[in-house]
Design a protein around this ligand. Structure first.
Ligand SMILES: [Mg+2]
Length: 374
């Protein structure tokens, strides 16, 4: 089953979703997401110039071999551009294999191990009251897990706080905006937000918060300890994660669960975090961490050390990536991704499935995967 064509497709209203379409001599094709948000065209060029010529003539069924060939055969290994390109090839090849085998990809990976995958919604507000109201809207829609982000008093704007109601849109058109940051104001404010949320909505809802890599380890330890009474599901991206041993300091000071990894590209970025049990959730994605083949290795390592998966799935990753993530999380034929995503009906399709909610691309409710097992 030789590969005869591989095309890089860059399209989507208002953004650049990058998709790789690989076609075999039998006419079977597979899709893989190659969207590196903010650096999309770098991956498109890498694929077109350096990867596509290598694919023509290769056996589409040799997924692991092709992964190793693209990873080890290049002088420059790892990095977001390289690993996103490899991920696109890998996802497309799994898609082809699923079609040829006439089986959904999750079956090829070992079969369903859960009946549904929990997702969380992004509740945003300009201030505390707005954020509390936004959380209430998600609760009313049936979400069990909600991430709460709020503007900080005294700061003109706060990174990572979405604009508009119920939509989380992290991608900014044009050059990225600059904003002023104050750790002091942020640390003072955030515990009061979650105190209010628990007061309003009680103990049952899973509450999450993203720090967006803004703190130092000791500051993150302080925040995690201050948030302990409000029992967060997780505190995400507390510090820049290049220094894995820095998480030891956070762990020494708080029992608030920690999630990290959406910017990781390989197992080497999180090996220490996982093996020392310095985190509770690994959030790497199919598209940025080398595809289904490599993310599965990360998940298996995490499984050994009581670290769970919670794949990043913001709206600036394409629906092809989300479909692949759902297959990796092995949701099964009765998969439910809660509101914001269409439910699978009947036999779950091979990757990719269309999972947008019928709203324009990039306007689906911000909702990300939370795996409670693995
Ligand atoms: Mg994050």
């Amino acid at each position: 089953m030789r590969i005869v064509d591989a095309r890089v497709i860059v399209c989507s209203p208002g953004r650049n979703f990058v998709t790789l379409k690989i076609t075999t001599e039998d006419g079977v094709y597979g899709l893989g997401d190659a969207t590196l948000n903010g650096r999309e065209l770098a991956v498109a060029a890498y694929l077109g110039e350096h990867v596509v010529p290598l694919l023509i003539g290769r056996d589409a069924r040799r997924i692991e071999d092709t992964w190793q060939f693209l990873y080890k055969g290049a002088y420059w290994r790892r990095g977001p551009v390289t690993m996103t390109a490899i991920a696109a090839v890998d996802t497309a090849l799994w898609d082809i294999l699923g079609k040829v085998a006439n089986l959904p990809v999750y079956r090829l990976l070992g079969g369903a191990s859960r009946e549904a995958v929990m997702v969380y919604g992004h509740a945003n507000g300009e201030d505390l009251d707005e954020t509390v109201a936004a959380v209430g809207q998600y609760l009313a829609m049936g979400y069990k897990a909600i991430r709460a982000q709020s503007g900080v008093p005294g700061l003109a704007s706060t990174y990572g706080v979405g604009k508009g109601t119920l939509f989380y849109e992290p991608a900014e058109p044009g050059l990225p905006p600059e904003s002023v940051w104050s750790t002091e104001k942020y640390l003072e404010f955030v515990p009061s937000l979650f105190a209010r949320l628990r007061q309003e909505y009680g103990p049952d809802v899973h509450l999450l918060h993203d720090v967006h890599h803004r703190l130092t380890p000791i500051e993150a330890g302080r925040l995690g300890r201050a948030l302990e009474p409000y029992r967060l599901f997780w505190m995400e991206d507390p510090v820049p994660a290049e220094l894995q041993e820095g998480f030891r300091l956070i762990r020494q000071h708080t029992t608030t669960p920690i999630a990290v990894g959406e910017v990781f590209n390989s197992i080497h970025d999180c090996q220490q975090l996982i093996q020392e049990q310095l985190i509770d959730y690994i959030r790497s994605t199919v598209v940025h961490a080398g595809g289904i083949t490599h993310l599965r290795k990360i998940a298996h390592l995490a499984d050994l050390f009581h670290v769970r998966t919670g794949c990043h799935g913001a709206t600036d990753l394409s629906p092809v990536c989300l479909a692949a993530a759902l297959r990796l999380h092995a949701p099964g034929r009765r998969a439910r991704a809660r509101r914001g995503h269409r439910r699978s009906r009947g036999r779950a399709p091979s990757v990719p499935a269309r999972l947008s909610s019928g709203q324009p691309q990039g306007r689906r409710h911000g909702a990300q995967l939370v795996s409670t097992r693995r």
